[in-house]
Design a protein around this ligand. Structure first.
Ligand code: DP6
Length: 327
């Protein structure tokens, strides 16, 4: 095969990855747990073409920076090395949401690039091998390889730090309603943010609690104890943002709207609506609720002024190949 197309979902971490123990290998300080998202994904076609003298990277309908292109080319180099080929490639990629929404993630992008690239290069990698390779492109991308609910074990080396499925998508009918409150480009990318994490005086304390948090969340998921699960993921998001806010220099990803919605959620909970939030490296919130409550949560959100977009998600499968090439 010289040409392949893959689709990969973004994922939301319930227990987060913030801080690396090896920057080049993207080895995390701690294990993390996430869910793949059904409505935020990237489709990527990779074609190795002998006549090319350099790699061509095309983002459909969007601008790319040189830095983004270089990161993709570096990943193509990893794939070429593994396949023992030298041929340059054309990469065409399309997010179902523009990058400017703050939704399109490096996780979906590098997961799709890893599968499409290796398949086009004639490699047949296992899910584990794909996850290890995707991790080298972007840490969180390793979690977009397996299906459904996923654990990325921090491992003891590059080959043992990868993600695997905990439960399939249909295991638990929970939803993630993504609330877009701001779309300006992040001032501090997550790759930069990871580097600052150890400068927070709270970082050591955070890291010492992570493996036990992972254990607890897995138990709560196994027993489908939604309220305790929700409380834990919310605390975990606040814990990570505390590290960000106390780094030097400090990083504040929240906007006033972020806090307004957080307070709204706490009020709704007091009124009996079971909804919780988590937030990644940006101002947007991910509202986690059970399938039966999704409509109620959406109705309440629609009454709040100043929200730019709502994107409801179900748990989704991980990366997969498609036979028709759009590009
Ligand atoms: C806050 O995976 O984007 O979303 O490995 O440098 O590409 P790199 O970082 P990235 O970090 C994700 C950080 C996070 C938390 C998470 O998804 O676990």
């Amino acid at each position: 095969m010289k040409k392949a197309t893959a689709i990969a979902p973004a994922n939301i971490a319930f227990i987060k990855y913030w801080g690396k123990r090896d920057e080049n290998l993207r080895l995390p300080m701690n294990s993390s747990v996430s869910m793949n998202l059904s409505n935020i994904f990237t489709k990527t076609t990779v074609e190795f073409l002998p006549h090319l003298t350099r790699d061509e990277i095309i983002f459909m309908g969007e601008k790319t920076t040189e830095k983004e292109k270089e990161r993709i080319i570096k990943h193509l180099e990893r794939i070429r090395k593994r396949a023992r080929i030298k041929t340059k490639a054309r990469v065409v990629t399309k997010n179902n949401f523009p990058k400017a929404t703050g939704l399109a993630s490096s996780a979906a992008g590098f997961a799709a690039l890893t599968l499409a690239g290796t398949a086009a290069a004639g490699l047949k990698l296992s899910k584990k091998e794909l996850s290890v390779l995707a991790r080298l492109g972007s840490g969180s991308a390793c979690r977009s390889i397996p299906d459904g609910f996923v654990e990325w074990k921090k491992g003891i080396s590059s080959l043992t730090s990868y993600a695997r499925m905990l439960f399939p998508p249909e295991y638990w009918d929970i939803r993630d309603i993504v609330v877009i409150v701001g779309k300006e480009k992040k001032k501090v990318s997550s790759s930069e943010g990871h580097k600052l994490a150890p400068t927070s005086s709270f970082f050591k304390t955070r890291i010492s609690s992570m493996e036990s948090k992972v254990k607890t969340i897995k138990r709560l998921m196994k027993e489908r104890r939604f309220a305790e699960f929700g409380e834990l993921i919310e605390k975990e998001a606040i814990n990570m943002h505390t590290i960000m806010m106390t780094s030097s220099p400090p990083i504040f990803y929240w906007l006033p709207k972020t806090l307004e919605i957080m307070r709204g959620i706490w009020e709704w909970r007091e009124g009996g609506l079971e909804v919780y939030f988590t937030i990644d490296a940006g101002p947007n919130l991910h509202l986690i609720c059970q399938g039966k409550d999704e409509k109620k949560v959406l109705l309440r959100l629609e009454k709040i002024k100043g929200i730019r977009k709502l994107v409801p998600n179900r748990p989704s499968k991980g990366v997969y190949l498609v036979k028709t090439h759009p590009f």
